[in-house]
Design a binder for this molecule. Structure first.
Ligand code: NG6
Ligand code: CA
Length: 523
């Protein structure tokens, strides 16, 4: 009823009396479902692997809230993000375009300008034009500001608000990149103008303490990179000074995302909304709240998974409290596969035990092996989705097109060029098909790609080696031929290259990959 009523009342002021009378006569009850499309909540985890949840086979820890989501919805076994690092996956989630088509979409540095240009059609802008209230809460990592980068002490635009979000509450980059402040809409929150924030990539003064000069003072040591400015006892990527009143404690991030999300859900309970809940968990530095520290035997990496699971439980509770669980499509996904040591000595490697973060797959973050992009993927819509497990191929890049359909919107010409409408598969409709194929990329290394099509997986490497194979549970560079072909049904770990046995399949897929890369769009 909401949209129609709102639209009709919007015209009242401009109507003569007779028109008003006719309007009132026609204001007969309209079934709520007809005019109010469901809310969409996308929960994106950071660096969470296929095997990191108990509903995906983990036995070293238990994730009851995410497991419940899977029990009440669909757990996908071929759910993917489109890249094995953060920025390109997020770029594609929002724009529905493969990131490899646009240079400059790799991992964004602290002072990155906005990567998605104002006016670009995104999942948020499309849902907004369908009458949704739209918000992103949590990690952004898609740059802020014009070509000169973010004006940390002024207006941080363009950013999410210029590409379809009504509101945002952000960790602007990643938790391991400076600065550790919240961005609320266009500004750093709680910034004291007398203590301006400076962010740069060079040491601001010879005596500026860093992870190198003050290593013994750190509460978590670094292993590679991450040795510049120290905040909260943790040294980071990049340098910054000032903005002290605005700085957060890493331990409080999850609570903050939940608090802001609950408020957003409650405020918008009477209208359709889109919430992109963008968790920083389980990205480094893994520093969960004190109440989760020690929750698992896996160290802070495992404890951060428990914190993420708690967040999901809180969001689901909030939907129940507001009586919205039956009117909300929830999508749970990850932005790339797992990594153990990603720059800090947090015990992830030493305490891994039997835990297989990528499940049965090889590779992980940074890799085009399946472990890099095949990740947990769950949809739930109470009362509409029939619970189950699906082998349909679906990907985060498809959410833009699929959710626009859900909201009754046609995609504008040229928008979301690689986003396929897989709504029926996401909703578990009988006979629904997912994607036919998916291109998997790493951070954007020119020429390195995976192509999944049916049971087949083609890998293309233009470099002679790739950081792809798990060696003693850590990613390592190994020599690779230019093309490899794997039969994922027989060999999910991509250990037996069968390109010589299936030259016709390889030929077809090499051409298909070349054609997709050369094309402007695939939908
Ligand atoms: C890498 C960082 C890594 C992580 C990654 C981005 C080093 C040595 N490594 O450059 O720690 O920050 O970028 O991760 O600095 S992502 O999930 O946001 O893509
Ligand atoms: Ca990530």
């Amino acid at each position: 009823m909401y949209r129609l009523l709102d639209h009709r009342l919007g015209n009242v002021a401009r109507m003569p009396l007779l028109g008003l009378a006719i309007l009132l006569l026609t204001l007969t009850p309209v079934p709520a479902q007809e005019t109010r499309p469901p809310n969409v909540v996308v929960i994106m985890a950071d660096d969470l692997g296929y095997g990191d949840l108990s509903c995906y086979g983990a036995t070293s820890l238990s994730t009851p809230h995410i497991d419940q989501l899977a029990d009440e919805g669909i757990r996908f076994t071929s759910g993917y993000c489109s890249a094995s690092t953060c920025t390109p996956t997020r770029y594609s989630l929002l724009t529905g375009a493969y990131a490899f088509r646009t240079p400059g979409t790799g991992i964004a540095p602290p002072n990155s300008p906005a990567i998605i240009q104002p006016g670009t059609k995104t999942i948020a802008s499309i849902l907004k034009s369908a009458g949704y209230r739209t918000a992103v809460i949590g990690k952004w990592h898609l740059g802020l500001g014009g070509p000169d980068g973010p004006d940390w002490n002024g207006l941080l635009k363009p950013g999410p608000l210029e590409i379809g979000f009504d509101e945002c509450y952000l960790l602007p980059t990643t938790n391991d990149r400076v600065p550790q402040v919240y961005v609320s809409d266009h500004r750093v929150e709680n910034l004291d103008p007398n203590d301006p924030l400076w962010v740069g990539n060079k040491k601001p003064s010879p005596d500026h303490p860093t992870g190198i000069t003050h290593r013994e003072s750190l509460k978590m040591d670094w292993s590679h990179g991450h040795n510049a400015t120290i905040h909260n006892g943790i040294s980071r990527i990049g340098f910054y000074t000032g903005g002290h009143a605005a700085r957060f404690r890493d331990e409080d991030l999850a609570d903050k995302w939940v608090e802001k999300s609950k408020a957003f859900i409650a405020e918008n309970r009477d209208r359709p909304f889109f919430l992109f809940f963008s968790s920083h968990d389980i990205h480094v530095p893994r520093m969960p709240h004190e109440r989760f520290q020690g929750a698992t035997s896996l160290g802070f990496r495992g404890d951060a998974i428990i914190q993420l699971d708690w967040c999901v439980g809180q969001l689901m509770e909030s939907l129940e409290e507001n009586d919205l669980a039956e009117n909300t499509l929830v999508v749970f996904c990850s932005d790339n596969g797992p990594v153990l040591d990603d720059g800090y000595k947090d015990g992830a490697v030493e305490k891994i035990g039997d835990h297989r973060a990528a499940g049965p797959f090889s590779g992980g973050k940074y890799s085009v092996y399946e472990g890099g992009t095949r990740t947990p993927f769950i949809t739930r819509w109470k009362g509409t989705i029939k619970p189950g497990v699906s082998d349909n191929l679906v990907a985060t890049i498809d959410l833009a097109h699929s959710c626009s359909k859900l909201a009754g919107q046609e995609l504008p010409d040229g928008a979301c060029p690689d986003s396929i409408n897989v709504l029926d598969a996401l909703l578990g409709k009988v006979g629904a098909k997912g994607r036919d194929h998916l291109v998997q990329q790493d951070n954007g290394t020119r020429g390195t790609f995976g192509l999944r099509s049916g049971k087949w997986k083609l890998q293309r490497h233009k470099r002679k080696s790739a950081r792809n194979v798990v060696v003693e549970r850590q990613l390592a560079n190994t020599a690779v031929p230019e093309h490899q072909l794997f039969d994922l049904e027989a060999d999910p770990a991509e250990k037996r290259n069968v390109i010589e046995q299936h030259p016709e399949v390889a030929k077809r897929m090499i051409k298909q990959l070349d054609d997709i890369i050369a094309a402007k769009q695939t939908r």
